[in-house]
Design a binder for this molecule. Structure first.
Ligand code: CA
Length: 228
């Protein structure tokens, strides 16, 4: 009974982890409420619903001011983190279906206060797949000291029109890469303990040998090197 209880607990943990894993394997999204997002550069027509950036719906988007109504060289998006945070982070962006004005490079800064009275440099991110409908997850970047707010400020865009300072996106979010490492460890521990098997791109688990696949597939999981 103890083993079954432990197995069920492990599966519950893994099921929860699988839920966290959307849309990437980096754990819980840090932006979960529209109140965490703000920008003085929202377009008067296509920037009225900033929550479109966190609905995980690729058909809805937010656009910064392309009518020339707001002064400023760069259009930032401000993100309030759930709490003061530091350390490893990744950014995920889903591109809107459109030809131009997809951020391809962005400056990341932080602050403990919403007015950015003291702005802390964090990183400049190269954002790949800067074209229609694509998505991109950055490599890990590091917040060097606790901040409560992040500014995402695109400074270059992909597309034939070049950089026009305004930009748009279908979805955007932040994740702590530390949770990705936890996810990998949970998977590895579970498989080792229960002699389980994984299959599929978004790994599923079976506990009966040969139930779903063989360990040849599991050997393909990065970082796992267990013997037969
Ligand atoms: Ca959306």
């Amino acid at each position: 009974m103890k083993k079954i209880t432990s197995l069920l607990f492990a599966l519950v943990c893994l099921c929860n982890t699988a839920v966290w894993a959307q849309p990437t394997d980096f754990g819980d999204p840090l932006i979960t409420d529209v109140s965490q997002l703000s920008s003085p550069f929202s377009d008067s027509a296509e920037g009225t619903n900033i929550g479109a950036l966190i609905d995980f719906d690729p058909s809805t988007f937010w656009h910064s001011d392309w009518h020339g109504e707001v002064a400023g060289d760069y259009h930032w998006l401000q993100i309030e983190l759930p709490e003061a945070m530091e350390g490893k982070m990744v950014l995920w962006i889903k591109r809107r279906t459109a030809d131009n004005d997809h951020p391809s490079k962005a400056v990341i800064t932080g602050s403990l206060t919403a007015d950015f009275g003291m702005e802390i440099p964090i990183d400049t991110l190269e954002l790949g797949n800067a074209s229609s409908g694509q998505e991109f997850t950055t490599g890990t970047w590091v917040i060097p000291e606790p901040v409560r707010y992040i500014r995402f400020t695109p400074i270059d865009c992909g597309g034939g029109a070049g950089f026009r300072k305004y930009w748009h996106a279908a979805d955007i979010n932040l994740y702590q890469s530390g949770e990705y490492e936890l996810y990998q460890k949970l998977m590895s521990d579970f498989v080792t303990q229960y002699d389980a098997y994984l299959w599929g791109e978004d790994p599923n688990i079976g506990t009966a040998p040969g139930q779903y696949t063989d360990k040849g597939v599991f050997r393909c999981v990065p970082g796992y090197s267990a013997a037969d």
